[in-house]
Design a protein around this ligand. Structure first.
Ligand SMILES: Cc1cc2nc3c(=O)[nH]c(=O)nc-3n(C[C@H](O)[C@H](O)[C@H](O)COP(=O)(O)OP(=O)(O)OC[C@H]3O[C@@H](n4cnc5c(N)ncnc54)[C@H](O)[C@@H]3O)c2cc1C
Length: 395
């Protein structure tokens, strides 16, 4: 057993750490201001020209296609390296993802075939096209098997009708991965199909957005008699559920990695503040109440980090079904950042609540993560169901 990161991953980690300090942290006050000022609008928190500049700088230092297989022009460093990259980037609140974003990459690289590779996968890998996933609906969030958007065969075409809700980045995506019912009698076991839908396809509209807590601002998407060819089917007809669930597993790992970075940032700030701030004649660092906040945060962070790295390692070593572990890291990491951000705010007092520091932004944005991509309650249920059915996994 070896708990050291591989040399290459350590080098990438150090490069990204430096990039985050040099390029992202100086943008934080702008992001905090833009988030406060945009109110109900859906303005991006990073102006597009700034995002473009960051993308070019990231590419110049090799921060690009980290987990993309070599056959698609990537660096093939794998999932563990990608988690470490994400963790380091999230030492800053500035949400910057060097393309491509892993979850849709994972799905596209497994499922794209024929002309789809050049039309969708490769531009996605190169960062020329953005995508989103349109699964959730008004009556089907946690219970995604209950979606009602349907795709029917009409005169040799697929025709999609329905409405999706809470779709992140819909307005900024070039194409969407849309999951629809193709055989209601089979439900999620053979009756759901994924489609690649260009955002400009006639019949697609994005009428409403939902201003939310923190940095989030997802959209409603309508499909009104949207006609598609067979070439727009992603994967096999009827068999979208398992690949989509695995794609969600990759997002859960991505979310967990983000939580690690944010939690470590909070902890670094807590240590610095405790070592400098005096009250009643003593440093905060000398107070046991404060020491316990720091000690608990570090222990919890280390435990979750091991879980996250272990799952990434399993995926790099060929794990195909990692639903239980994906649920575990999602629950543990999103609850971890909730606790650590809250302690950090408490330690900083009034300043912790102010927009002078990134802590209140972290606390608000992180709150979303216990619901999005499946609420904690559902993930605990998934874990328990697996253990009760299959017993404990071998160690
Ligand atoms: C900011 C944001 C971005 C999103 N982006 C996307 C996206 O890009 N694409 C997409 O398809 N979806 C997206 N979603 C949807 C998201 O995945 C769902 O909101 C989430 O899965 C929960 O579904 P729901 O909101 O319908 O809550 P519900 O399913 O109604 O659940 C509400 C609550 O009920 C409880 N609950 C539900 N089921 C159980 C159970 N079995 N046992 C115990 N308690 C339970 C939980 O406490 C849960 O929080 C996004 C959501 C948000 C908030």
């Amino acid at each position: 057993m070896n708990f050291e990161l591989p040399d290459t991953t350590r080098m990438i980690r150090d490069t990204v750490r430096e990039f985050t300090k040099r390029e992202l942290m100086p943008l934080e006050s702008m992001v905090i201001r833009r988030e406060a000022e945009r109110g109900m609008r859906d303005d991006p928190l990073l102006p597009p020209e700034v995002e473009h500049e960051l993308t070019e700088k990231a590419r110049a230092i090799g921060l690009w296609g980290i987990d993309v297989p070599e056959e698609f022009g990537g660096q093939a460093f794998g999932m563990l390296a990608k988690c470490v990259v994400t963790e380091q980037l999230k030492h800053s609140i500035v949400h910057f993802v060097p393309p491509p974003d892993s979850p849709n990459l994972y799905l596209l690289k497994e499922q794209c075939k024929g002309a789809q590779i050049d039309k969708y996968l490769m531009p996605y890998v190169r960062g020329e096209k953005k995508s989103c996933i349109a699964l959730s609906e008004e009556g089907a969030g946690s219970d995604a098997a209950g979606i009602r958007t349907k795709a029917e065969r009409v005169n040799g075409k697929w025709v999609i009708n329905g409405a999706k809700m809470w779709i992140s980045n819909a307005r900024r995506s070039h194409f969407m991965i849309v999951v629809a019912v193709t055989d209601a009698s089979k439900g999620s076991r053979g009756g759901m199909t994924a489609f690649l839908v260009d955002r400009e396809t006639p019949g697609v509209s994005i009428p409403t957005s939902y201003p939310m807590i923190g940095e989030y601002h997802p959209y409603q998407v309508f499909f009104d008699n949207v006609e598609l060819d067979d070439g727009q089917v992603l994967g096999e007809v009827g068999n979208a559920f398992v690949p989509i669930t695995n794609r969600l597993g990759v997002r859960r790992l991505d979310i967990a990695s983000r939580c690690l970075g944010l939690a470590e940032r909070c902890l670094e700030m807590m240590i610095e503040q405790a070592n400098t701030r005096k009250t009643f004649g003593s440093l905060l660092a000398d107070r046991q109440a404060i020491q316990w906040m720091i000690a608990d945060s570090w222990q919890e962070l280390e435990m979750v980090r091991l879980q996250v790295y272990q799952l990434a390692w399993k995926i790099d070593n060929g794990a195909k079904d990692f639903r239980r572990d994906g649920s575990m890291v999602k629950v543990q990491a999103t609850e971890l950042i909730g606790r650590v951000a809250d302690r950090a705010i408490q330690l900083f007092g009034g300043m912790g609540l102010s927009k002078e520091l990134p802590l209140e932004y972290i606390a608000r944005s992180a709150r979303v993560l216990r619901i999005v991509e499946g609420p904690s309650e559902v993930h605990r249920w998934v874990i328990a169901r697996d253990l009760l059915k299959n017993g404990l996994p071998e160690r």
